[in-house]
Design a protein. Structure first.
Length: 299
């Protein structure tokens, strides 16, 4: 029952315990992590192609992803707007010219393309492709080890996290509201509550949630989790400029785990340097919680 939990937590903790702080090593880890994400999503696409009743299961994937995305993001947005009323975020920043949102969206969709390529290859049904599931499990262990090293090497201390009150508050609101949204989605979809909670725990980190959920629940739920979190990132990219002036907490919260990396440049350009510490703390907390919560809810 707890083998999946150990597969996730052990390599993550081992990576976290390694005190690697050299810039060159951390850059190499980041590059390798990017490549491993592509490799595992490719395997995920292959596994999806081996499903029985393929056309029916693909409809299930997209229906599940759409319902989950709407429920989770709606709960997040309502909770974050409530937070704006209770604790307004005062600022005097004037929005700068933003990078192309279309370009950033296309960067996100590259990973979707990798899943599709793997899926098309899997349709050939070649015998050696049956080993894709086993290969993805070993690749997942290595990826989680790299994630642990990356989180440790980010330089965030407990003091820095606790002292950034806004980042912690937004992270707490996103956490609670996302889990509520996941439970609502599970009830609407007829899924076990733990599955809905696990799906809500990706917090926009689609490259990780899709992989972990595939290992725990199979390629249908795993693919749905991937598209659910991909939609979150794409919607966040589009909404940040519209929300940032009056609803800074909402703009930050919708980014989820990506606020410390992929969407950080957009937040900085739109919201100024003062939003960066809160964005990094928020993203760090979400990134740390995502694999742990998915592991707990899928055990």
């Amino acid at each position: 029952m707890y083998s999946g939990l150990l597969i996730i937590l052990v390599p993550l903790v081992v990576g976290w315990l390694l005190p690697l702080h050299k810039t060159a090593i951390l850059r190499a880890v980041n590059r390798l992590l990017s490549w491993m994400v592509y490799v595992i999503l490719f395997f995920m696409g292959i596994s999806l192609a081996f499903l029985d009743n393929l056309s029916r299961n693909l409809l299930t994937v997209f229906h599940t992803a759409a319902v989950a995305a709407v429920c989770i993001m709606l709960c997040n947005l309502l909770a974050l707007l409530w937070l704006e009323k209770r604790l307004p975020w005062q600022h005097a920043h004037k929005q700068e010219k933003l990078p192309s949102r279309l370009h950033m969206a296309l960067e996100s969709l590259k990973l979707c393309g990798v899943v599709i390529v793997g899926f098309l290859l899997g349709l050939t049904q070649w015998n050696f492709l049956h080993h894709a599931s086993a290969a993805s499990e070993y690749a997942l262990i290595f990826l989680l080890f790299l994630v642990g090293i990356q989180l440790r090497g980010s330089g965030m201390t407990l003091r820095q996290i606790i002292l950034n009150r806004r980042g912690m508050i937004v992270a707490s609101v996103v956490l609670v509201s996302a889990l509520i949204g996941g439970m609502i989605a599970a009830l609407l979809l007829g899924l076990p509550l733990k599955t809905g909670l696990a799906m809500a725990s990706g917090f926009g980190w689609y490259s990780l949630s899709g992989i972990l959920m595939t290992e725990a629940f199979g390629p249908v739920i795993g693919s749905a989790a991937f598209f659910n979190d991909l939609l979150r990132e794409l919607i966040a990219i589009m909404l940040i400029p519209a929300l940032i002036a009056r609803h800074r907490s909402s703009a930050l919260g919708l980014c989820g785990a990506t606020s410390m990396d992929f969407t950080l440049p957009v937040l900085q350009r739109a919201g100024g340097m003062e939003i960066v510490p809160a964005a990094i703390v928020h993203g760090f907390v979400m990134s740390l919680l995502a694999p742990i919560l998915i592991a707990l809810f899928s055990a």
